[in-house]
Design a protein around this ligand. Structure first.
Ligand SMILES: [Zn+2]
Length: 509
């Protein structure tokens, strides 16, 4: 790493000299490295917190509600969110190039053990950490590198640049290093395949929301480029900072994503080489990846018995890519807050609540909710409703144009699988009551974790978003609104209370 920092320093010195007043370039002067372009050299999170002094609205607390609801307050929940993020950060500190709360790995086991102890501390009944076997294999990147190779034709003292934000795309394999010229092919969705054969293709995408919205076109363009003979595809995800973006899997060959600053550097270098008739920029790609079999992941369950034996499941996925603050440490934090709240006898629920921290959301073959259904047949017979807590309290970021961090939260797409009029009106009333941000139209699509619960044939609901930090290394604690955590917790407490008291026909008409 020191080598790259040294490069940054020497470039800065050279360019400072270039820019000084009265400087005339003489024969024999040093030409700046990399055509005078400045590489990023490190991963860099963009700003994800509203500007200092910006006013964040306090949570709405209707008269008479504050008392006894300490468990639902933002700072209390944020403590849990920080602890959950810590398990991912530990994996990074241990020197893993890829990190997160990864199902099948120690970081998720630690998260599950922590949740189990939280549930026990709260006094939930029947607390269990349930380990289940993967039903498929799991691709895992151990180490990798995307290196732009030096050529003195690009300027004196040009040295190799390692693109720090590069991250391989799921299922990529590079048994022996790939070294080839890199060519810019335009925007994903409309790439040119002319002349890509034998080369590494660099395509561009600029998400207006997050990686989720770019998924189909990036994957299809990648597959097209590989089919046209490209030896690898690099996708430049143009966003603020220089983030890892882990998405766009199954690209048809070896693929990497790079972040904003690295994309600017690489595309500018390609352009400059062309303009100055210098040799093409070449990259060297390495990847040590393995396909793991026989992994095990964990779910954690615990009950709060109600006056009725009928069950409402409250689920949050434990696993993440990177820190996963908004995906899904905030959901897990609210899960614990709700467990604390309903465990107080004054808040004893009408229906029984089954709290679930689930594994395998991000890992193929390790679907947590499906395993909850398979491993708990007696409990499952009693379930009337499933509520999934996911992506609850991230600040609203406008990625295009610019990068604006707002004081409110990302609006959630709210889905209710059976379009129950009672649930729709309850959700709308609760959103207004607590200022919980949802989009006006409530849909019946419930993608993600709720799929595993589909065999129960009961109402399933969630409010979820996929903003600019989706599956990026910038999804950090700083992006979470403490006030937003409280809005989410109060919203869901209200919905759970109302659904607890509703008739079975109102929930599942
Ligand atoms: Zn998620």
């Amino acid at each position: 790493m020191s080598r790259y920092i040294a490069l940054g320093v020497s470039l800065a010195l050279i360019c400072a000299a270039c820019g000084s007043v009265g400087q005339v370039e003489k024969p024999g002067d040093l030409r700046p490295a990399w055509f005078g372009l400045i590489p990023s050299v490190t991963l860099a999170d963009p700003a994800v917190t509203p500007p200092a002094g910006a006013k964040i609205a306090a949570p709405l607390v209707p008269a008479g509600e504050a008392e006894g609801r300490g468990a639902l307050t933002g700072p209390r929940i944020q403590t849990s969110v920080e602890q959950v993020i810590g398990f991912a950060q530990n994996m990074r500190k241990e020197g893993n190039q890829m990190w997160g709360r990864i199902s099948g790995f120690q970081s998720e086991i630690e998260t599950a053990e922590w949740l189990k102890s939280e549930f026990q501390a709260v006094g939930l009944a029947g607390v269990q950490q349930q380990t289940y076997k993967a039903t498929g294999d799991f691709w895992w990147p151990k180490t990798w590198e995307v290196r732009a190779l030096a050529n003195t034709a690009y300027g004196d003292q040009t040295i190799d640049v390692r693109l720090a934000s590069a991250v391989p795309v799921s299922r990529s394999l590079i048994p022996t290093p790939i070294e080839a010229a890199v060519t810019y092919v335009g925007d994903a969705g409309e790439v040119s395949t002319d002349g890509v054969s034998g080369k590494i293709a660099l395509q561009h995408t600029r998400p207006s929301t997050g990686a989720y919205s770019e998924r189909t076109k990036v994957r299809e363009s990648s597959q097209k480029l590989i089919a046209a003979g490209a030896v690898a595809v690099i996708t430049w995800v143009e966003q603020a900072g220089n983030m890892h973006v882990f998405d766009f899997g199954q690209c048809g060959g070896p693929c990497f994503n790079i972040g904003g600053a690295d994309g600017v550097f690489l595309s500018d270098a390609i352009k400059a080489a062309k303009e100055k008739n210098a040799p093409d920029v070449r990259l060297r790609l390495t990847l040590d990846a393995e396909t793991k079999t026989g992994l095990q992941a964990d779910n954690v369950i615990g009950l709060i018995p109600g006056t009725s034996s009928e069950i409402i499941i409250v689920n949050a996925h434990l696993d993440s890519w990177f820190d996963g603050a908004g995906d899904n440490a905030d959901g897990v934090g609210v899960l614990v807050g709700l467990a604390r709240y309903f465990s107080v006898s004054a808040h004893k629920p009408a229906r029984t609540l089954l709290f679930v921290g689930s594994g395998g959301h991000h890992s193929s073959g390790m679907n947590g909710p499906a395993s909850v259904v398979n491993m708990n047949p007696d409990l499952m017979k009693r379930v009337k409703l499933v509520i999934n807590l996911e992506h609850l309290a991230q600040f609203r970021i406008e990625a295009v144009p610019g990068w604006i961090v707002n004081t409110d939260e990302e609006p959630k797409n709210f889905g209710i699988s059976n379009s129950s009029p009672f649930l729709i009106s309850t959700v709308k009333a609760a959103a207004e009551r607590y200022g919980f941000a949802i989009r006006p139209e409530i849909v019946n699509a419930v993608p993600g974790d709720l799929g595993g619960y589909a065999p129960l044939n009961v109402a399933r609901m969630q409010g979820i978003h996929s903003g600019p930090l989706y599956h990026t290394s910038g999804d950090t604690l700083a992006s979470i609104s403490t006030e937003g955590l409280e809005r989410a917790a109060r919203f869901y407490a209200y919905v759970i209370e109302a659904a607890g008291k509703a008739s079975a026909a109102e929930i599942n008409p």
